[in-house]
Design a protein around this ligand. Structure first.
Ligand SMILES: C[S@@+](CC[C@H](N)C(=O)[O-])C[C@H]1O[C@@H](n2cnc3c(N)ncnc32)[C@H](O)[C@@H]1O
Length: 176
């Protein structure tokens, strides 16, 4: 095999791996599409006025836009991201921000810290009820309510506390 063919095979393999890394999250939650920063700013003012003392978790943090807005308002922000490339880039981007932490993991398998107050997700419609059950489990384990902001999709049988634009705010209570 010539050097040119070897280089071509390596390039094709790299493209296939990177494509897979971006496609897999589409099966496990949602593909990478960022929330609009201006809207996130409004949501974290109008729907849930986030403040110092809050701990926000973004389920599928992407490029960290939600974490950035939350941290600017004085809250702590934890991003869970399954895509290692995005997790690495976002980690690097916020490396000097002590309020922001990124973990590369599947959010369904992650135990929320006890201080969690609010969870944000921009996920696919067919994942929203599974995400709700995950938050319910964590609220029950931590024995406290957890607020949940869903971008784009509402929950089936629970009335949102507030709604604005494509965003819904829910209070998820521990189950007895
Ligand atoms: C629609 S994007 C939203 C990004 C960010 N939350 C925002 O609103 O800008 C969804 C993100 O969730 C990630 N994701 C999908 N399934 C996941 C899972 N099971 N665990 C962690 N991250 C996941 C994807 O890689 C993608 O970056």
């Amino acid at each position: 095999m010539s050097l040119a063919s070897i280089i071509m095979v390596v390039i094709l393999l790299l493209i296939a791996i990177i494509t897979l890394i971006f496609l897999i999250p589409g099966l496990t939650g949602a593909p990478y599409v960022p929330s609009e920063k201006a809207k996130v700013k409004k949501v974290l003012t109008k729907l849930y006025p986030i403040k110092h003392g809050d701990l926000l978790i973004d389920l599928g943090a992407g490029d960290g836009v939600v974490l950035q807005v939350a941290a600017k308002r004085g809250a702590k922000a934890l991003g869970l991201e399954i895509n290692p490339i995005l997790a690495l880039l976002t980690n690097w981007r916020f490396r000097k921000n002590r309020k922001i932490t990124i973990k590369c993991c599947n959010f369904y398998r992650y135990k929320f810290p006890a201080k969690t107050t609010i969870v944000y997700a921009y996920a696919l419609a067919n994942h929203i009820e599974t995400i709700r059950r995950k938050i319910e489990c964590e609220a029950t384990r931590l024995n406290k309510p957890i607020y949940f902001i869903s971008n784009a999709f509402d929950l089936e049988d629970i009335k949102p506390e507030k709604k604005w634009d494509s965003f819904y705010l829910y209070r998820i209570d521990p189950q007895s």
